[in-house]
Design a protein around this ligand. Structure first.
Ligand code: IMP
Ligand code: MG
Length: 269
């Protein structure tokens, strides 16, 4: 059990935004798989919700999916990895010559994904891709690049939508940042995503811009930025906003900014 009095959950990415991203990912995967059978290998426990949502969209897109699960343990209870992943439950399907999509919750240090990828490659699939809901690039210890990534996220501990802290919060439909009031007094989170709207709070300084950059600069749809809860931005914050606008328009998407005048006065982004 978790001592809930000390735990603070800050909503980060809401259920609607996750569902939109699952649709986009499934669409990309379906285009690559095109036709024929795909063996989806979900990694337990963290990947179970994401796997369940993804396969149902793949089905709607006409992909013939078979499903299997493997189980890997690496975290004890807590937010720090114990380091060595262990295969605590194996797949029952044969992989030889088949097309396999590995689905996991998050790449953090990279140890688990790397370990699972190697285990599966030993069994000689014809094709192997990895799809993860979340990627924390700044935490990497072992190099690993997933083929399909839901969201790149800052270095914060995230729960919900299958992800746990001490086996809690897996059932929550949204993703939240968890922190512990007694250990981390300063909120590490200054923005959240509600559908396609990004709500900023407080000051958009270098740290906040870096955190937001991990998540938002890789966004693949139109975004609305709501700055009405923001108290201001320094130069890094302003630079971040223009990079975000450029990065989206390079990909053919639009960024609309609400509440800018109130927050930033007449500063140009
Ligand atoms: P890695 O081996 O360090 O990449 O860690 C991968 C595993 O650690 C994931 O499959 C998760 O189970 C767990 N993990 C890493 N970061 C988080 C997080 O922010 N929230 C919940 N679980 C996490
Ligand atoms: Mg876990």
């Amino acid at each position: 059990m978790t001592d809930s009095a000390k735990v603070i959950l800050t909503p980060f990415i809401d259920a609607a935004a996750i569902q939109r991203r699952v649709l986009e990912l499934a669409d990309t995967i379906a285009k690559e798989v095109h036709s024929g059978e795909l063996l989806v290998a979900g990694v337990l426990k963290g990947g179970f919700v994401f796997t369940a949502d993804l396969v149902r969209v793949l089905n709607r897109l006409g992909i013939h999916v078979r499903i299997d699960f493997l189980r890997v343990s690496s975290y004890g209870s807590g937010t720090v990895s114990s380091g060595t992943p262990v295969l605590s439950g194996d797949l029952s399907e044969k992989l030889n010559g088949r097309r396999v999509l590995l689905v996991d919750d998050i790449v953090d240090t990279g140890r688990t994904s790397r370990f699972v990828h190697e285990k599966i490659m030993e069994r000689r699939p014809a094709w192997l891709r990895t799809c993860v809901l979340l990627d924390k690039p700044r935490r990497r210890v072992v190099p690993f690049d997933a083929d399909y990534i839901g969201f790149r996220v800052p270095d914060a501990f995230i729960v919900g939508y299958g992800l746990d802290y001490d086996n809690e919060y897996r059932d929550r439909p949204e993703l939240s940042v968890i922190r512990f009031a007694d250990r981390e007094p300063e909120p590490s989170f200054r923005f959240r995503i509600d559908g396609g709207t990004v709500l900023f709070k407080g000051h958009l300084d270098a740290k906040a811009a870096e955190d937001a950059g991990d998540t938002l600069l890789h966004w693949h749809t139109d975004l609305e930025l709501d700055l009405s809860g923001m108290q201001g931005a320094d130069r890094d914050g302003m630079n971040f906003l223009s990079r975000l606008r450029e990065s989206l328009s390079d990909k053919g998407f639009k960024l609309s900014i609400r509440g800018m005048k109130r927050t930033l006065g007449d500063k140009q982004v």
